[in-house]
Design a binder for this molecule. Structure first.
Ligand code: AMP
Length: 507
């Protein structure tokens, strides 16, 4: 049986003249157009020898052509590897060395950097700009508008998405065609997606949320996408008049709530608001309902597993809960130490098993083995509980992950960078409630004796080394870090101490 995600979602799209994507500015693209562009790109991939198993890395801005490149990679049987556009050259080099892509498609502005990297790490470089121009497009322009999609088995890899590692090393989550097909089809059914739907898409497309949840689901239902380069509250509010669904991170909803234009009237055409990638405050859920009459549907997932749980389309959407496990997805709560399953309402480690769960971390068999139980359950690292109605509640993150504006930041990676700055003795990075970003990245720093290093100097030192979203919003100098008897830094105390840092300020 052919499990190729492209064939499963977009079979015979070449004959479908319905609108698939409407770009910023109004230009439209049909499903047939997307099929033709992806065929040309796939033809180019085949021509340069990219085939089953090869990796195609894309570090490009959001564009229709970038979507076509994703689909072309699937069609050629290769593995798609999207990279966050914010990564610095040092960070990018790590991914290229680790994943060894055959082809790297980058923004023309980054071509020189990528050429330096590939001179050391290997791989061919082509370009694609935000406007959909570049060497990739030129090279594919004269190729045929049809391409025979390469059949793939259920367990063949479709994509590798890098998640940050708690130790500072990023891990490539290997997702199969079977993973992505099952999750997309389940969500279409659960969220009642149809050809009539018009989705507001303001998410980045290098992350699971914008690429697989928003993208694959709309393709599978042949809905229409209103493609926005980035979040813009006014533009989103204006689009609601003719849209039916919004998928966003909680920050979207917090910001939209600040607009005086948000009302029952402006959201009257909308049928569904989905939130995920970070905790949606129960307070935001209630405020949204009060202002618009709609209940936000919160769901829970992660790169390694796709979507795990969702509040129901029909039935109670419980503020502060992420809903019930999706069909065919098993969730259990266990004692993090012993692995024993815990009873209802007890907080423990969230473990998950199902057709959505990834095939392991690229090049990391030991890390993969350590994160799976013998019976196949994946240990998510999130802490939570299942209530009497089977609803899942996430109460914290075992791995100290910070989620800021929907992006993951792992403290250890920042601490390593900060500790290397002259004048710094040690540091601890925590996430502190932030009205706009959900959590604000905050670093507690101990100076070395006699050092006068200040906040500005540390922020300057980090700016070229870490993507902007990872950089601390504030540096707080302390005499010592609070530690427990085992010598572990007590981050909970720091979070408590810095708790009010951003409450009055939205920046
Ligand atoms: P990512 O792999 O970037 O999608 O991040 C996955 C992590 O985001 C999960 O392990 C959770 O910690 C967090 N997450 C995703 N959705 C939710 C949610 N609805 N509520 C709380 N945390 C969430």
């Amino acid at each position: 049986m052919n499990w190729n995600l492209y064939d499963r979602l977009l079979a015979s799209a070449e004959a479908d003249q319905s609108i698939c994507i409407e770009k910023d500015g109004g230009a439209t693209l049909t499903y047939a157009d997307l099929a033709a562009t992806s065929a040309r790109f796939a033809g180019f991939l085949a021509k340069i020898g990219v085939g089953p198993g090869h990796r195609v890395a894309a570090k490009v801005e959001k564009s229709v052509e970038a979507v076509a490149l994703y689909l072309a990679t699937l069609r050629s049987g290769a593995v798609y590897l999207p990279l966050n556009t914010a990564y610095t050259p040092t960070e990018t080099e790590y991914f290229i060395r680790d994943a060894q892509p055959t082809l790297i498609v980058c923004d023309p502005r980054e071509e020189a950097d990528l050429r330096v990297i590939t001179a050391k790490a290997g791989g061919r470089v082509e370009t694609l700009s935000e406007q959909g121009k570049g060497s990739l497009v030129d090279a594919a322009a004269s190729l045929p508008a049809g391409f025979d999609t390469v059949p793939r088995a259920k367990d063949d890899l479709a994509a590798i998405l890098y998640t940050s590692g708690t130790t500072g090393r990023s891990k490539g989550a290997m997702l199969t065609h079977g993973n992505l097909v099952s999750n997309a089809l389940t969500l279409v059914e659960q969220w009642r997606f149809s050809h009539q739907d018009v989705l507001i898409h303001a998410l980045p497309i290098y992350h699971i949320h914008g690429l697989f949840v928003a993208g694959n689901v709309t393709f599978a239902a042949r809905s229409r996408i209103l493609f926005m380069q980035k979040f813009d509250a006014d533009r989103i509010l204006a689009a609601m008049e003719r849209a039916t669904v919004l998928m966003g991170v909680p920050t979207f909803y917090v910001r939209l709530l600040q607009s005086t234009n948000l009302s029952e009237r402006t959201t009257a055409n909308m049928r569904l608001f989905v939130a995920g990638s970070a905790p949606l405050l129960a307070e935001t859920h209630r405020a949204w309902k009060e202002k618009t009459g709609h209940e936000i549907l919160e769901r829970y997932g992660m790169t390694e597993t796709g979507m795990i749980a969702s509040n129901p389309y029909e039935g109670p959407r419980i503020p502060g809960s992420v809903g019930r496990p999706l069909p065919a997805v098993e969730v259990r709560i266990t004692d993090p130490e012993s692995g024993a399953t815990l009873p209802t309402d007890e907080v423990g480690m969230i473990e998950v098993k199902g057709p959505n769960v990834f095939a392991g971390y690229w090049n990391m068999p030991e890390k993969t083995a350590a994160e799976f139980r013998a019976d196949g359950f994946f240990i998510t690292g999130d802490l939570g509980k299942l209530d009497g109605r089977g609803y899942l509640h996430i109460v914290g993150r075992g791995k100290d992950l910070i989620i800021t504006g929907g992006f993951n930041v792992y403290p250890k990676e920042l601490e390593t960078e900060i500790d290397a700055i002259p004048g710094v003795s040690e540091s601890a990075v925590v996430g502190v409630p932030h009205a706009d970003f959900g959590e604000g990245v905050t670093a507690a720093v101990v100076r070395t004796p006699g050092s006068s290093v200040d906040e500005r100097a540390i922020l300057n030192a980090l700016s070229g080394r870490l993507a902007k979203f990872k950089q601390p919003k504030r540096i707080i100098f302390v005499d010592t870090l609070p530690r427990n008897a085992m010598g572990k830094v007590q981050k909970a105390l720091l979070r408590e101490r810095f708790g009010d840092l951003y409450s009055a300020k939205v920046d």
